[in-house]
Structure formats: structure tokens, C-alpha cells
Design a protein around this ligand. Structure first.
Ligand code: PMP
Length: 358
């Protein structure tokens, strides 16, 4: 019998060394593996909002025209009102992730370079590689500062504020210096803006090479519906629309997004609760980096892989950061959950740390 050819030879070469899956362990698998009841599993690995979306979101589903292709105009208008930018400057996508991968396709081709200060969100590097381009991972400066000296050949620069996974800030001066020192495109990810002290979105008015992207997955509690947007110079938004998938956001998501953006009191209420828990946790976690997001970057005494495994056995899922380029072997990321979830985490973490220092 003749042997089948190895069809996997057709895979793109970068597939051989892609980073591991971001999604993390599945709660039901952890429940079965360690005998922790599923309802007791605490997921603090995805920077989700434990309070969920405005109750108005549920009402918005009724009567949605499911038999039609989605019409995004009302959502676009709501994003425009919320962001204060006209619709010609707004891009929407099925999650900020879709915007990141689409923007990369717009500007990066085989052999192009994208500058990525690390540690940061892993998708920037992946999206770059998916275009056949090369991520230049440059370690952040001491205290997670960004070197504003951009290599001449960088076609894109990915910045994130508050930065995932470190939670750290970035100054307006830094973003300006980066935008002014390059002919490339600066992509500023503000996924966690509502939890932060400031937003730099208005800089889009000043720089024709700057795009600022946001999501409804975090402060608005809509991670399951996949809704992101970005504010960009009109020329960039126009080009983006030419390559973006036409109907990637479902009509239920669009309706939900519109409803969520009309109930800002709900969003602000849940942000207040999360920020107040963040402050409480930071007092109890001296090994955590100060954070402007809904998560902490925690330095672990032992290898983060071990700390992660120990928490997992107790049914607490956090994010081991050893797979983030530039993060090293001693950091994990922990989402700010409900007060009860945070207490469980703090208890387990303190107990383990105490044992280690004996
Ligand atoms: N950017 C950053 C920095 C993130 O942390 C995340 C989600 N983890 C995203 C983008 C993706 O957001 P979305 O859920 O809208 O795809």
C-alpha cells in the first residue's frame, strides 16, 4: 500500500513554534482531576468581570432580528457617543482580539517587523507571526518602563495600558514619544481602560499613526459575546473596513453592546467594586505589582509553575506567566474576583507562602 503524503508539510513554518494555548485549564477537568466540586472552582485566570453585564442586556435580546445579517449601525453610534469620537474614526470587531489580528494583516507582511515591549499580551506576537512577520520582543526597562527609541524598520509597535500581565501604567509622554519617533503604526491596547487612572484615547486626534483599542469584555462584563472597538484616524479606519470580516459580530452581541453602553451606571458600579477589591488585595499581597487593571502580577517565591499547580489542586485557577515572553519563571497573573473568591485565593496563597519561608 502506498504511503499517504505528509499533508502537514503544508503548514506555515511558524506553526512549529507557536506559544501554548492562552485559554488555560478547563474548570470541569480540574474539578474531576482534584475532586473539587465544579461550583467551588474559582477562575481567576481570564481577567473576567465577575458581576456580569447590565441586566438591560438580557432585555435587548428579545425581538433581535435573527433571520437577518447583523446591522451594526446602532452599536457604532453607541460607541461613538461613549468614546466621544465620530463614527468615521470607529472600528468595531468580534472582540478586541479580532481587531488585533485584522490590524496586523493590514500592516504586516512576510519579513516585516513589529516591536513588542514585553512582558505583554501574547496575541500581539502571535498576530504578527500569523502574517509571516517578525515580532521583536524588547524587554521593558526597570520598573516596566518602555524604551521610546523605536527601531527604524519597525512597521508596528504594540503598547498596552494598563499592561497585561503587569498591570502597569504608561505615561502620555511615552506614547507621544513613541508615536513621534516612528514612521510605523502604534497600536495602543486599552482593554482595561475603565479600571485605570487615565485613558490616552484622545491622542488619536493628534497622531495619524495611532490607534487605540478597547473591549466590552472587561468593565462591561460581556466577554462571552465578543465585542471590541478601536478609535483610529479616519484613513486607518477606512482601510480597516476594507479588510475586516463584514458580519463577524452577531446581532445578539450588537444589541447587547448597545444596551450595555446605555447603562454606564451599571458598568461604573461594577468597576467601583472591582477597584475597591483591588486595593484591598494589594494591601494583602506585598509581592504583587501595583496594578491599574482588574488583575495582579504576582512575584512568586517558588517557580510560578509550582505555585500555579498548588493553587490548581485547591480548585483555584490563576495564570502562570512563564509562557509570556519576557516574564520569567516567577510570575503569575491573578484576576480580581468577588470578595469571597479573593479571600479564598489570599488564604491559600498566604498559607503556601508561609510554608515556603519556613
Ligand atoms: N487585549 C488585552 C490586553 C487583553 O487582556 C485581552 C483579553 N484577555 C484582549 C485584548 C482581548 O479582548 P477581547 O475579549 O475583546 O477579545
Amino acid at each position: 500500500m502506498s504511503e499517504l503524503p505528509d499533508f502537514s508539510r503544508n503548514l506555515m513554518p511558524f506553526m512549529a513554534d507557536l506559544e501554548p494555548d492562552e485559554a488555560g485549564p478547563d474548570p470541569s477537568e480540574i474539578s474531576a482531576r482534584y475532586g473539587v466540586p465544579l461550583e467551588k472552582i474559582i477562575v481567576l485566570s481570564r481577567n473576567e468581570n465577575p458581576y456580569g453585564p447590565s441586566p438591560k442586556v438580557w432585555e435587548s435580546f428579545l425581538g433581535a432580528p435573527l433571520h437577518r445579517y447583523p446591522d451594526s449601525r446602532r452599536f457604532l453610534k453607541s460607541v461613538s457617543d461613549y468614546s466621544g469620537f465620530p463614527e468615521e474614526n470607529i472600528i468595531i470587531g468580534a472582540g478586541l482580539d479580532e481587531i488585533i489580528t485584522t490590524v496586523a494583516r493590514l500592516f504586516l507582511g512576510p519579513g516585516d517587523k513589529a516591536l513588542i515591549p514585553v512582558p505583554t499580551y501574547n496575541l500581539y506576537g502571535l498576530a504578527t507571526r500569523l502574517c509571516g512577520a517578525i515580532p521583536i520582543y524588547r524587554p521593558m526597562l526597570h520598573g516596566f518602563g518602555i524604551d521610546t527609541d523605536v527601531p527604524r524598520d519597525a512597521k508596528m509597535i504594540f503598547l498596552c495600558y494598563p499592561n497585561n500581565p503587569t498591570g502597569c501604567s504608561i505615561s502620555e509622554q511615552t506614547v507621544r514619544a513613541v508615536a513621534e519617533s516612528t514612521d510605523g503604526i502604534v497600536f495602543l491596547d486599552e482593554a482595561y481602560a475603565e479600571f485605570a487612572k487615565k485613558s490616552l484615547i484622545r491622542l488619536v486626534h493628534r497622531y495619524d499613526n495611532l490607534m487605540v483599542a478597547r473591549t466590552l469584555s472587561k468593565a462591561f462584563g460581556l466577554a462571552g459575546l465578543r465585542l471590541g472597538y478601536a478609535v483610529a484616524p479616519a484613513w486607518m479606519a477606512r482601510e480597516y473596513r476594507r479588510v475586516a470580516p463584514l458580519f463577524s459580530i452577531s446581532c445578539l452581541s450588537l444589541a447587547a453592546g448597545e444596551a450595555a453602553l446605555q447603562d454606564l451606571d451599571w458598568m461604573r458600579g461594577s468597576v467601583r467594586k472591582i477597584v475597591s477589591e483591588r486595593e484591598r488585595m494589594s494591601e494583602n499581597l506585598p509581592c504583587a505589582n501595583p496594578s491599574e487593571g482588574n488583575f495582579f502580577y504576582v512575584n512568586t517565591q517558588e517557580r510560578s509553575k509550582n505555585a500555579f499547580g498548588r493553587l490548581l489542586r485547591r480548585g483555584i485557577i490563576v495564570r502562570d506567566c512563564s509562557s509570556f515572553p519576557g516574564s520569567g519563571e516567577h510570575c503569575m497573573r491573578v484576576t480580581v474576583g468577588t470578595p469571597e473568591e479573593n479571600d479564598c485565593f489570599l488564604e491559600e496563597y498566604e498559607e503556601a507562602s508561609a510554608k515556603l519561608s519556613k
